[in-house]
Design a protein. Structure first.
Length: 318
């Protein structure tokens, strides 16, 4: 394994801000068959990607000793190190979401310099990228890959190798144009965005599931060859844009869930209650049958806040 600092800047106090790339490659000098990059930590409160990279690096070190590499794997485990140190979503001091600074219209700053350096390094060293994320503090997500509609033809076959529960193809929106995943895909570097769990937590079962999927992806794309039988991965549920039902709160209150993410629901099944000081303000029931893949975990709820998303069995119209 070779470790290289691709970005470094001094700070007024403490150590410098550094982005490190760890590279696993074939022992021979031949050109690698394929180059896969794994990125985590764009948001400092999303810890599952950091844990997944740690576990993968342990496994890849063993595979490197076995001369199992036919291609290259680059791991960027902590690309927003100051935010990770403080456990915050945004880059500290600037209060900037680094995953909204990859577009061409952002003004020059320390944060955009870091994001530009990361983007160019990934474009130069990657044939495929996986970008790990967890959800925000409010929602629990089933392991899933999210694909913008314009990129589905190239990405869906790759996503099916990753052992996630579902692949959600969703419409394009302007907000995506400043994200890492969108800009890499636009630059013709296929990029999968994995989302699972909830921030500030590590869900070991979800992480184990994704680690198995990434190792399968590396083997199926010819990056590693250990000579062992391929692990069995579960085909994901492919969800098109009009097969998703979003449930939002009609009132403010406390949301008390009575279902679990990953549960198969029937129309009318109870998901939870939205309560006020002295009464139940809303009884939340499923408007359709399908897979509950997003569920609110943070009880404090404002009017219009998302409560759940369901992958439906037929096109859904609210």
């Amino acid at each position: 394994m070779l470790s290289q600092c691709i970005f470094s800047v001094k700070t007024p106090v403490g150590p410098p801000v550094e982005i490190i790339r760890h590279t696993f490659s074939p022992s021979q000098s031949a050109k690698p068959a394929k180059r896969v990059s794994l990125v985590a930590g764009l948001h400092g409160d999303e810890l599952e990607g950091l844990y997944i990279c740690h576990r993968l690096m342990e496994t890849l070190k063993n595979l490197e000793e076995q001369n199992a590499f036919k291609g290259e794997v680059h791991i960027y485990p902590a690309v927003n190190p100051q935010a990770l140190e403080t456990g915050t979503r945004l880059w500290p001091f600037f209060s900037v979401d680094i995953n909204r600074t990859f577009g061409e219209t952002n003004a020059p700053s320390l944060v955009t310099e870091a994001s530009r350096t990361l983007l160019e390094d990934l474009k130069s060293n990657s044939d495929l990228v996986v970008d790990f994320h967890a959800s925000n503090l409010h929602l629990m997500e089933l392991p899933q890959i999210r694909i913008i509609k314009d990129f589905e033809k190239k990405l869906v076959p790759l996503a099916k190798l990753c052992n996630v529960d579902l692949v959600w193809v969703h419409p394009h929106a302007e907000i995506f144009e400043s994200t890492l995943g969108y800009n890499l895909n636009r630059a013709k570097v296929p990029t999968l965005v994995i989302e699972s769990g909830i921030c500030l937590r590590i869900h070991k079962n979800y992480c184990d599931q994704i680690i198995l999927g990434i190792l399968n992806l590396l083997r199926q794309t010819g990056v590693i060859d250990s000579g062992e039988p391929l692990a069995e991965v579960t085909p994901p549920r492919l969800v098109q844009p009009d097969y998703v039902a979003m449930i939002q709160a009609q009132n403010a209150g406390l949301f008390v869930k009575q279902a679990e993410v990953g549960q198969m629901l029937k129309e009318g099944d109870k998901i939870g209650d939205l309560i006020g000081p002295d009464q139940v303000r809303e009884e939340i029931r499923s408007p359709c049958s399908g897979l509950l893949f997003t569920l609110r975990e943070h009880p404090l709820t404002g009017k219009g806040a998302p409560l759940a998303r369901i992958a439906t069995e037929k096109p859904f119209k609210p």
